[in-house]
Design a protein around this ligand. Structure first.
Ligand code: AKG
Length: 360
């Protein structure tokens, strides 16, 4: 079932940036003790560059514990591969009959034969404003399928959970669920997904106790827009600022991309067969390409987190933009009088997949 993974890249840790931010913190403390506004301003003026860094990227504690001891499913080499690259592919993990079951259910959801509470149905930006067409043609993604008993079987699939445990432990929450139905590109390249880090969307930590499983529901390769990853990018241990890319043809709702993404970063395209599953770290930089075929490219995914993780406040951080956007969408759905906190939204949609629910 398992496959060898290749491609090796290493990234240096941002030790110097951490030092700069520490220096900035020390300067702040020093300033308040001195109670001299003038003196503080002089010092802070010298440190301006450092302050900008601390506002623009979150340094994520990186203790290098990307996998856990005591789970035999990953060999020593597998663990080393994940540590180094931030992803790990298992071939043929989800059998065909299960993929067909999810696909049948998806088709019913698209035709509005089934309504799932809390689920978001997204349409590609290129067709978002056109008339409702029953069927998958109009649907680019369904998000938050946790309340559908058939789709949720993916999150509790034992083949997947036996790997998930090795990354995050035995108490497992399904935090974010998607079936992505990348449409044939209309020519505007809107089927692309910009390069991003999933942690941008999540107000919980630590990052090392979060993992995504993404399963190809059919053959995926460069022609239909397979996943693209920057191996080892999780090791910079930094959550980078994300914004909407300035793409001529438009960008799908909530598809934020890394603000200063370097298109020359060494990338790997993950060609996968149906049932192949990639597990990846929430800081891994990834995205997906244009679907230049005439068919839809389907994948099903779940982001899992240990229920020992804790929520964080993202106000004043680089995640504030996405938290406001998500809260706006929630408000539109539920009504303007309800006050939403980003964390509340995550708490409500999180669902136990295995073990005991604790903090999340
Ligand atoms: O399946 C894809 O095309 C990319 C999905 C993805 O990276 C995401 O939704 O965060």
């Amino acid at each position: 079932m398992k496959t060898a993974n290749s491609v090796v890249h290493s990234y240096s840790c941002c030790y110097s940036l951490a030092v700069e931010i520490f220096v900035s913190f020390v300067a702040d403390t020093f300033c308040s003790k001195m109670q001299s506004v003038r003196r503080c301003e002089v010092i802070k003026g010298h440190l301006k560059r450092n302050e900008v860094s601390s506002l623009s990227a979150e340094i994520v504690q990186d203790n290098h514990h990307y996998t856990l001891d005591g789970f035999d499913i990953l060999s020593k080499e597998d663990c080393e591969f994940y540590d180094k690259n931030g992803f790990f592919v298992v071939r043929g993990l989800v059998p065909d009959h299960e993929l067909h079951r999810y696909n049948d259910r998806f088709q019913k959801i698209c035709k509005k034969e089934i309504k799932v509470p809390g689920m978001i149905i997204m349409r590609d930006v290129a067709i978002a404003k056109s008339e409702f067409v029953p069927g998958e043609q109009a649907v680019t993604k369904i998000q938050d399928y946790q309340n559908d008993p058939v789709m949720f079987e993916y999150c509790t699939n034992q083949n997947i959970l036996q790997y998930v445990e090795a990354f995050i432990g035995k108490d497992v929450m399904a935090m974010h669920t998607m079936l992505i139905n990348k449409p044939p590109d209309p020519g505007a390249k809107t089927s692309r997904h910009p390069m991003h880090q999933d942690l941008h969307y999540f107000p919980f930590r630590p990052a090392n106790r979060i993992v995504c499983s993404w399963t190809a529901m059919q053959k995926v390769d460069r022609s239909n827009g397979c996943l693209v990853v920057v191996p080892g990018s999780h090791k910079i241990a930094k959550l980078l600022p994300h914004v909407y890319p300035k793409w001529e043809g438009g960008v799908n709702k909530m598809y934020h991309g890394i603000q200063d993404y370097d298109p020359n970063s060494p990338r790997v395209h993950l060609s996968m067969e149906p049932g192949d599953t990639v597990f990846f770290h929430p800081l891994l930089i990834h995205g997906s390409g244009t679907n230049i075929t005439t068919g839809f490219r389907k994948a099903i995914s779940c982001h899992y987190a240990s229920s020992d993780c804790h929520y964080i406040d993202v106000d004043g951080t680089a995640q504030e933009n996405i938290s406001k956007e998500v809260a706006e969408v929630a408000k539109r759905r539920v009504g303007p009088d309800v006050q939403f906190d980003f964390k509340d939204i995550w708490y409500i949609k999180a669902k136990l997949a295995q073990g005991e629910r604790k903090n999340l």
